[in-house]
Design a protein around this ligand. Sequence first.
Ligand code: C5P
Length: 271
Amino acid sequence: MIEGFAPAKVNLALHVTGQRTDGYHLLDSLVMFADFGDYLTLQKAEEISISLSGPRVEGVPADARNLCWQAARFFGANVAITLEKHLPNQAGIGGGSADAAAVLRGLSELYQRPVPDGAEMLGADLPVCLHGRAARLQGVGEVITPLDVPPLPAILVNPGCAVETPQIFKALTRRDYAALAPLPQTSSRREFCAWLREQRNDLIDPALRLFPEIGAVLTRLSELPGQLHYGMSGSGATCFTLFDSRGEADLAVRDIQRDQPDWWVQDCTLS
Ligand code: C5P
């Protein structure tokens, strides 16, 4: 049996720079991964199966609609998968893609053969989730450049609305935004966050129009003591705040949990 970890993926910046003729969007994004996520086990079996547990199973299918199932089929392996869900579903932090990447990594270890080329056909976030560390993502998600970025204490906050990614892309009013500014070479969290504050998530505007509750989250995050930067990940609705220390992140989690008990709030370190 193999154990796997599927960390949350966070887009700290996400610029939409164009659109391909097949409708997919060209992106320029800075992505990091949390030390928080879903847990899996994989065991060789007669057929593919998924058994779900954990606090965030609601709405997660346990059949061929689950990306983990599709990942096993793509790899060509019959495997019994247990999946302990901690990441909210349809939340802009990778969820299904992170799980599928963990399945592919685990199967590669279990069967001692590399992950076949073409995993991006399972989802545009698969390549970066397979990489699993700080990276710049370009193209429609298939061009991954590893980055040396300081680890960042953070909190993740989701107001509880499930967001359909295609809906957000469709609601864009422009698709020709500028690429990321040249990346800073720095080990200082403050300098790195100063650079991030000059970047954008171009999906925020359409996401706010369709899900105004994201605006309430961003306002709350902007007011947190000690925050170095805040924004929205992917197509939402999960938002993040970055801090200089884990202590400040812990305090922020407690504050938000007290006055917004219905929001999902999680502290973590991004790397
Ligand atoms: O590939 P994935 O299924 O994760 O993408 C979900 C949807 O998000 C796509 O069907 C597409 O509408 C949109 N998308 C896009 N351009 C990207 C990635 C995703 O338009 N680069």
